[in-house]
Design a binder for this molecule. Structure first.
Ligand SMILES: [Zn+2]
Length: 105
C-alpha cells in the first residue's frame, strides 16, 4: 500500500477525504477499497454500510439546519453484488407440484 492509498481516508465528522477533500469515499478511495476487498463485494457493502451508519450519526451531530446528503448513493450505490444461485426467486417447479391439480385427491 502506498502513502496516497493510506491518505484517502475519511475525516470525521464531515467525512471529506483527508487527501483530496472530496466526499468520502472519493474515486481513489473507491479504487483502493475495490482492490482491497477483491471479489468480496458483499463484504465491501457491509463495510460501507457500517461506514455510512457512522457518517449519518456524525451528520446528525453537525447541524440540523443542513439537508442530509444522499448517503446511500454515496456509500453503497457504486458497489454491485451479483445475484447468486441461492438468491434467485423460486421457480414454479420448486413448489414440488403442489399447485398441480392432478396431485389433489
Ligand atoms: Zn480522496
Amino acid at each position: 500500500m502506498t502513502v496516497n492509498q493510506v491518505d484517502h481516508v475519511p475525516n470525521r465528522p464531515d467525512w471529506a477525504c483527508k487527501q483530496c477533500g472530496r466526499p468520502w469515499p472519493c474515486v481513489t478511495a473507491k479504487m483502493n477499497l475495490l482492490r482491497e476487498f477483491g471479489c468480496a463485494h458483499l463484504s465491501l457493502r457491509l463495510y460501507l454500510a457500517m461506514q455510512m451508519h457512522e457518517a449519518i450519526n456524525d451528520a446528525g451531530k453537525l447541524s440540523a439546519a443542513q439537508p442530509m446528503p444522499d448517503f446511500y448513493d454515496r456509500f453503497l450505490n457504486w458497489v454491485h453484488v451479483a445475484p447468486t444461485a441461492d438468491s434467485r426467486p423460486a421457480q414454479p417447479d420448486a413448489l414440488g407440484g403442489l399447485n398441480d391439480e392432478s396431485t389433489i385427491v
